[in-house]
Design a protein around this ligand. Structure first.
Ligand SMILES: [Zn+2]
Ligand SMILES: [Zn+2]
Length: 257
């Protein structure tokens, strides 16, 4: 399993990275399957450096904040209005309740059917597993001001966890447990952000990974441009020595593939 950080900036695109988007690719011996987790503001640009957009198999949206889904508008244009003709078929998109109508409003408005000519939008459910090629993708509801999900991706013994946006919650355990790689929201900073129920801090992310058990590698992500990544790393370090910080264009090879 190959994980490419297309974008990792929290809450809005930053100078060094677009907002959230992670490309997960698995070769099953016949072909490579490509699943995208979020397509936040600015992410469609660099995605085209990592992938021929024709080769995208599905998109999973953790939630409907624009830093996780805004660039579906650009992908709609690319699939529908290309001078050589529209791309055949509809791309499967999974998201929270209301994703189809939100996507409609983002582009043409509800009365014109929105983007449903291009995207086949289905609803995520807590604990449900969706299969895309060799990947088994389990969504778990997490703790954020809107309906939001984290994802556990399993393929041929490799396990990836992407928390989406969340504060500490009980579902982080089944999401993270025994994962080879955890991409954990670390938008908040201890001592600066006292609100609860929105984001993890780096220390809370590290403690969740410890509590889940069996996590092999922890990468802090979703840091807004106003964060100092070294401050966040230092806050996680007592709980997770060697904790890493996500960067745009980073590639992780997860598990045996
Ligand atoms: Zn976010
Ligand atoms: Zn959010």
């Amino acid at each position: 399993m190959k994980v490419t950080v297309v974008g990792c900036s929290g809450s809005f695109a930053g100078p060094a990275s677009p907002a959230s988007s992670y490309l997960v690719s698995v070769d099953d011996g016949q072909r490579t399957w490509n699943v995208l987790f979020d397509l936040g503001s600015g992410a469609l640009g660099p995605l085209q450096r990592h992938l021929d957009l024709h080769d995208l198999d599905a998109i999973f949206l953790s939630h409907l904040h624009p830093d996780h889904c805004a660039d579906l508008c650009g992908l709609y244009v690319w699939r529908h209005y290309a001078p050589g003709g529209a791309v055949d078929g509809r791309l499967p998109v999974w998201g929270p309740e209301g994703a189809a109508s939100r996507l409609a409003l983002m582009y043409h408005g509800l009365e014109n059917g929105g983007m449903d000519k291009v995207f086949d939008v289905d609803r995520l459910h807590d604990g449900a597993t969706t299969t895309v090629g060799p990947m088994a993708i389990t969504a778990r509801a997490v703790r954020h001001p809107v309906e939001a999900f984290g994802f556990r991706v399993e393929s041929d013994g490799a396990v990836l966890c992407y928390t989406g946006d969340t504060d500490t919650c009980e579902n982080l355990e089944p999401l993270m447990k025994d994962a080879d790689l955890v991409l954990a929201d670390s938008a908040f900073v201890d001592g600066r952000d006292e609100f609860r129920g929105i984001h993890l801090t780096a220390s809370r992310a590290a403690q969740a990974a410890v509590a889940a058990g069996g996590v092999k590698r922890l990468v802090l992500t979703h840091m807004p441009a106003w964060n100092d990544p070294e401050v966040c790393r230092a806050q996680a370090e007592p709980f997770w020595p060697g904790v890493e910080v996500a960067q745009a264009d980073a590639v992780y090879h997860v598990g045996p593939c």
